[in-house]
Design a protein around this ligand. Structure first.
Ligand SMILES: Cc1ncc(COP(=O)(O)O)c(C=O)c1O
Length: 400
């Protein structure tokens, strides 16, 4: 029997919640987020210049964020963008000039849409070759060669529901002189990451970091991998430069500051800080969170297999990493997107919250979950699938 790591009543949940396992979609917001948002608006309403307040916030939030990748602000320079897509656009803007026609870029065919599309647009602009292997460690490494200059990956492969070995990939990337850009959205705040294993990582704030709000994406630049001047955006807003004259501007020294040209989504940043403070006050260690999530994911997989044992109609195609220690933050039941959406809607009527993507129905436990949540969710899922006449052989249900 696994208990929750943090009492569920510390989070804002839909009022009728029976079980909330929709972690992959986004984490639950801490109830303290309400107070943090109020403080933010009161600060503005009292006429305080937001830049002054933000200077203090930066001092506190950068070390807390750096801890998420096992470093300090001396190891990683941090910047904020509005979302992962924007963060990648800004980074690729700085990397692009080093790419030309004899080079290749490696991005798995299953990576998040922005990663794939941005890699494709680099191919069009720079004439580089684009390699799109599957998203496992071996497949990514197999696609890298002497001409690889850029590798853009997620650190969790949603096709196989398995974590990648970033240390191994980083070694190979460095041996050929390629930049390694990692989208850590699925793992950050849940599994320990190490800044030594990427050149730059980006992540959503609203999943494992429980930062409540979209609109605030931390960028982690491994300082040792960016020589002075390597981050030189093709734009310069008032926060990224030291001098304001348009003709002779001078970028700030800090690589992260250079990527943050103008006003930021400060409310999102305040909410993220509030979440990081909660995690620190509760002494939540990433190792413990990871162990908790892995143990519950194993329970989910076993409970789903049990469903099939009791009813032939409930034979499910369960995607979960073969090695339980590499399973990462969720398991998926392979299903057509439209069917998975319908199942989620029916389950939500019963107070059971799961999520879905193009791979299928996803069950992702987080710090507020216990074994009871798993039991309830799987029991209701079985009932809903029978109600909807689920058929494992019917292509409208199961993707080919
Ligand atoms: C792996 C991954 N990256 C990024 C995002 C979000 O990025 P953006 O806000 O740019 O769409 C998500 C959201 O689901 C995601 O799963």
């Amino acid at each position: 029997m696994i208990n929750s790591l943090v009492a569920p009543d510390r989070f804002i949940m839909p009022p009728n919640t029976v079980s909330y396992l929709a972690g992959p979609l986004g984490g639950l917001a801490w109830k303290t987020a309400n107070e943090a948002a109020k403080q933010y608006f009161l600060t503005l309403a009292s006429g305080t210049r937001i830049e002054e307040v933000f200077a203090q916030v930066e001092e506190e939030i950068y070390p807390l964020l750096a801890r998420q990748v096992a470093g300090t602000p001396k190891d990683v320079s941090i910047a904020f963008a509005l979302n992962v897509t924007e963060a990648l656009i800004k980074l690729l803007d700085c990397i692009e000039a080093s790419l030309d026609a004899q080079h290749n870029i490696v991005t798995p065919s299953t990576a998040y849409s922005s990663l794939r599309l941005l890699a494709k647009s680099l191919r069009q602009r720079r004439g580089t070759q684009l390699r799109q292997p599957e998203g496992t460690t071996d497949d990514v490494i197999g696609a890298i060669d002497e001409q690889t200059r850029l590798i853009i990956i997620e650190e969790f492969d949603t096709q196989y529901c398995e974590m990648l070995d970033l240390a191994r990939i980083a070694d190979v990337a460095r041996s050929v002189g390629a930049r390694l850009v990692v989208d850590a959205s699925q793992l950050i705040g849940i599994f320990p990451l190490d800044f030594h294993h990427f050149d730059v990582a980006v992540s959503t704030a609203y999943k494992g970091l429980l930062g409540a709000s979209n609109g605030c994406t931390p960028i982690f630049l491994n300082r040792a991998r960016w020589q002075p001047g390597a981050i030189r955006p093709s734009y310069a807003g008032r926060n990224s430069i030291q001098m304001e004259s348009e003709e002779s501007f001078l970028f700030k020294d800090d690589p992260g500051a250079r990527l943050q040209p103008g006003g930021l989504n400060w409310l999102g940043i305040f909410l993220l800080l509030d979440s990081l403070r909660n995690m620190q006050e509760l002494r939540l260690e990433l190792e413990d969170i990871a162990q908790h999530v892995l143990a519950l994911t194993t329970e989910i997989v076993l409970a789903l297999k049990d469903l099939a044992r009791t009813n032939d109609q409930l034979t499910l195609d369960i995607i979960a990493g073969k090695n339980p220690l590499l399973r990462g933050p969720h398991a998926t039941i392979r299903m057509q997107r439209a069917s998975a959406k319908l199942v989620c809607e029916r389950l939500a009527e019963r107070g059971i919250y799961l999520s879905y993507d193009s791979t299928g129905l996803r069950l992702g436990p987080r710090i507020h979950n216990s074994s009871t949540d798993v039991e309830r969710a799987v029991k209701h899922l079985g009932e809903v699938l029978l109600e909807l006449s689920y058929n494992p052989l019917d292509p409208t249900w199961v993707a080919g």
